[in-house]
Design a binder for this molecule. Structure first.
Ligand SMILES: CC(C)(COP(=O)(O)OP(=O)(O)OC[C@H]1O[C@@H](n2cnc3c(N)ncnc32)[C@H](O)[C@@H]1OP(=O)(O)O)[C@@H](O)C(=O)NCCC(=O)NCCS
Length: 208
C-alpha cells in the first residue's frame, strides 16, 4: 500500500505521481494520508477543495440563489457559519490563477449529540455539476467527522428539491420516516421548519 503527499499537503511515497486525483488514487487502491489540517487536495484535474474561509462569504452569498434555481437561499448563509465552522466546511476552487469558487459545503459536528454530524448546505456551480464534485465534498466531510467520533450524518431538504433528494440517495442516505408522503412515496415531515414548511430528513450511517 502506497501513501503520498504533494505540494497541496498530501503525502507521497512509492510510485504514486504527485498530481494524482483522489479518484485516480482510489481506483489504484492507493491510500491518501491527509494531514489533519491539510488545506487542499486535488479532486479533479482542475478543482481543489480547501477549508471554507470567511473571505468566501460575499461571493457565495451572491451566487447561491442562482445556484438553487432562484430559491432564496442566501439568508441561510449567515456570516457566523464562515467564521466558526471552518474545520467542517469546505470550498471547491478552480486550480488556476483565478481560484474561482465552484462549490461549497457547510456542516458541523452536533454539540448536543457528538456522535452525529449535520450538513447544512451543499452547492455546486451549475456548470460543474455531474462530475463528482458534490460527492467529493460530502466524502471530505465524512472523512473529517468520522475520526471525531461521528457515527451518523444528518441533512434535510425541501420536498420540491428533487435533485437534492436523488443526490442524497446516491450518497447513501436513507429517508427518515415522517408523518406524510409525497406522490412518489418519499416520506416527509410536515411543518418541520415551521407551519407548512415540510422537509425530507436524511440520515447516513457512517459505520456501514
Ligand atoms: C445537489 C448537488 C450539490 C449535486 O452536486 P454534483 O456535483 O452535481 O453531484 P455529483 O456529480 O457529485 O453526484 C453524486 C451522485 O449523486 C447523483 N446525483 C447528483 N445530482 C443528481 C440529480 N439531480 N439527479 C439524480 N442523481 C443525481 C449523481 O448521479 C452521483 O451518483 P453516483 O456517484 O452514484 O453516480 C448540485 O446539484 C447542486 O448544487 N444543486 C443545487 C443546490 C442544492 O440543491 N443543494 C442540496 C440541498 S442543500
Amino acid at each position: 500500500m502506497h501513501s503520498m503527499t504533494d505540494h497541496d499537503g498530501l503525502a507521497e511515497t512509492g510510485t504514486a505521481p504527485a498530481a494524482w486525483t483522489i479518484m485516480e488514487a482510489r481506483a489504484a487502491g492507493v491510500t491518501l494520508i491527509l494531514p489533519e489540517r491539510s488545506e487542499t487536495y486535488r479532486v479533479m484535474t482542475d478543482v481543489l477543495i480547501r477549508n471554507l474561509r470567511e473571505e468566501d462569504f460575499s461571493f457565495l452569498r451572491s451566487v447561491v440563489n442562482d445556484w438553487w434555481g432562484g430559491r432564496p437561499i442566501a439568508d441561510l448563509m449567515p456570516r457566523y457559519l464562515f467564521q466558526h465552522f471552518q474545520s467542517t466546511a469546505f470550498t471547491a476552487v478552480k486550480d488556476d490563477a483565478s481560484h474561482a469558487i465552484v462549490g461549497f459545503l457547510v456542516g458541523f459536528v452536533s454539540e448536543t449529540h457528538p456522535e452525529q454530524a449535520y450538513i447544512h448546505l451543499v452547492g455546486v456551480d451549475p456548470t460543474y455539476r455531474g462530475r463528482g464534485l458534490g460527492r467529493e465534498l460530502y466524502e471530505r466531510f465524512f472523512e473529517t467527522v468520522r475520526p471525531r467520533g461521528c457515527r451518523y450524518v444528518r441533512a434535510i431538504t425541501s420536498p420540491v428539491n428533487a435533485g437534492s433528494i436523488r443526490f442524497h440517495r446516491h450518497m447513501g442516505f436513507e429517508v427518515e420516516g415522517g408523518d406524510a408522503t409525497m406522490p412518489d412515496g418519499t416520506s416527509i415531515h410536515s411543518n418541520y421548519s415551521g407551519d407548512g414548511q415540510a422537509r425530507v430528513c436524511f440520515v447516513k450511517d457512517l459505520t456501514r
